[in-house]
Design a protein. Sequence first.
Length: 146
Amino acid sequence: MVWTREEFWERRGFLTPMLEHIFDRNVFLLERSLDLRLARQNLLAANVANAETPGYRAVDLDFKQALSEVVDRLDAAESGDQGALAGAPVRARVVVDDGPAVGNNGNTVEVEREIGKLSENAIMFKAQALFLGKKLQMIKEAVGGS
């Protein structure tokens, strides 16, 4: 599940208006990106798990579309639309592989391709998590933390 900015911080006991002055657009984008990457990782792992399931169609998350929606909402919020970040969570489109079946059982999962996607997604997740961690460390140091 991908939460709005307000839901994310309210679930952790913080007041959003105070945080908006501390955390910038990049922190919000990184948070949402990590949520989307986690959702994609789960879908890709399900593909590998169902590699031998007859008739199973491989699925993937349209990451670019979902992140584009997040950017559009941020742009709207920065333009004065206070409700742009509130309300419904980001809905990522799940794309079903309509390509030809790999084997005789009608399954479209190519394990090597899915493992490659899993690896790429995991690398991107780790890089974004490290970047977010560095960003948060800079904020912590700026407010006098150690």
